[in-house]
Design a protein around this ligand. Structure first.
Ligand code: SAH
Ligand code: SF4
Ligand code: F3S
Length: 433
């Protein structure tokens, strides 16, 4: 008999892929099917994120709600990055939780399910070659992990403590998984890792040393695969060879995530990011010289400990020079086990909020100016989502979200679309081919 699984996924694309792996294992080995109705579930899983404090604080109130809503015999499991760093503490605070499974222990999901109060949170556990069963939320686009963990030590970041050391997944496994996804109908792959362009640094067994640029070349030879995206590349590892391959390889989508974090070389040094303001700007210049149509997105942290008004101005300066197409911006949030947790020169909360508002307003202004240039242009869109009101949406090569009137017949297809209406997060257009 099939059982029902309710799973909530927080955090980044890596967590989304981990959730797909969890679902795949539970479907194949334990006959679970997913449900959107928590009251109907036999198993409730929350796949957590701990990159900032807020979602962690929310976990226990959310668990309380799950506990009230669940069927009397339904199990509750906590997975992901908060599971990794809080471990047993979760069961101490919420004794109705049946198991805690860290972000580096996903393959043990069917084991912990049958143990009482199991806690599996070893961040040195190596599942880089584990053959997960197959499950994908979207048939059109496939998330493919290319590495696990992170070897950097950015002073603000908890991820190396929740996902452990960086290990690259063997090239042949990545190629095989991509091939399979393409055979199942995906025309686009999204390569995932905390530092994708550091690929090949370390494998767990004896494997051919292939770097990220070479991996991209090999992937692009797969017939039927039309688009390659990836996240996150690190600005430090953006060498000329990588940028040139990015520009000339037709299958690589011309949209690059360049996580800046701060525009001040002093703050970048305190963050241990490994690059300066000048290096970042130089990489943008190089990229735009060889690939003028590239769209750029970034991550920015404001009010890192010690960030002065002038240093914040440096971030605004980079924003004005680069004119990013998309930003993900955050107030610094102190995290346990990180170096910056012990930094004392904390920026006042109102100053931090004010800086975030200034930054976001500047971005909105830039975006509104840039968006006008899309009007009347034609973009090739790969349709992936059926929206309400008979709209179908997808992305252009350079990552614009575009919708047109249409039906599910468009899903999984490439069509040319002329932009007729501008919105901040989504453009509207009409099919022209
Ligand atoms: N590996 C990626 C980042 C993953 S975490 C990279 O190096 O770019 C995603 C984003 O969360 C980071 O880019 C950063 O902007 C933000 N972040 C991480 N730790 C944070 C913290 N302590 N406070 C606020 N934002 C943080
Ligand atoms: Fe965190 Fe830095 Fe690793 Fe990104 S590169 S996951 S910010 S430690
Ligand atoms: Fe991702 Fe959050 Fe973990 S951003 S790596 S799920 S801490």
């Amino acid at each position: 008999m099939t059982k029902k699984l309710f799973i909530e996924t927080l955090g980044c694309a890596m967590n989304s892929r981990d959730s797909e792996h969890i679902i795949a294992e539970l479907r194949e080995k334990e006959s679970y099917e997913t449900t959107d109705d928590i009251k109907d579930a036999d198993l409730i899983i929350i796949n957590t994120c701990s990159v900032r404090e807020k979602p962690v604080a929310k976990l226990f109130s959310e668990l309380g709600v799950f506990n009230k809503k669940r069927k009397p015999d339904a199990k509750i499991g906590v997975c992901g990055c908060t599971a990794s760093h809080l471990g047993e503490e979760i069961i101490k605070k919420a004794p109705f939780v049946s198991f805690v499974l860290g972000a580096r222990n996903v393959s043990k999901i069917t084991e912990v399910l049958h143990k009482d109060k199991a806690v599996e949170v070893d961040i040195n556990y190596d599942e880089s070659e584990f053959a997960f069963n197959d499950f994908r939320t979207s048939p059109y686009k496939a998330y493919i992990n290319i590495s696990i963990g992170c070897d950097k030590s950015c002073t603000y970041c908890i991820v190396p403590m929740t996902r452990g050391d960086e290990i690259s997944i063997p090239t042949e496994l990545i190629l095989r998984e991509t091939q399979k996804a393409v055979e199942n109908g995906a025309k686009e792959v999204f390569l995932l890792g905390q530092n994708v362009n550091n690929y090949g640094r370390r494998f767990s067994g004896e494997h051919e040393k292939v770097n990220f640029t070479e991996l991209l070349r090999r992937l692009s030879r797969i017939e039927g695969l039309e688009r390659i995206r990836f996240t996150s590349p690190h600005p430090f590892h953006m060498d000329d060879e990588f940028i040139e391959e990015f520009a000339k390889n037709q299958k690589i989508c011309k949209s690059m995530h360049m996580p800046l974090q701060s525009g001040s070389s002093k703050v970048l040094k305190d963050m241990k990011r490994g690059y300066t303001k000048e290096w970042f700007l130089n990489r943008v210049e190089k990229l735009r010289a060889v690939c003028p149509e590239v769209s750029l997105s970034t991550d920015i942290i404001v009010a890192f400990p010690g960030e002065s008004e002038e240093e914040f101005e440096d971030t605004l300066d980079v924003m004005r020079q680069v004119r990013f197409d998309q930003i993900f911006s955050f107030k610094y949030s102190p995290r346990p086990q990180t170096e910056a947790e012990h930094f004392t020169d904390i920026v006042d909360e109102d100053v931090a909020s004010n800086r975030l508002t200034i930054l976001q307003n500047l971005h909105t202004q830039i975006l509104d100016e840039k968006n006008q240039t899309h009007l009347g242009k034609v973009y090739r869109v790969y349709f992936e989502d059926l929206n309400q009101d008979y709209f179908v949406s997808g992305r252009s090569d350079n990552n614009l979200v575009i919708k047109v009137k249409g039906s599910d017949e468009l899903l999984g297809k490439f069509r040319d679309v002329k932009i007729t209406q501008i919105g901040r997060t989504i453009l509207t257009g009409e099919l022209v081919g």
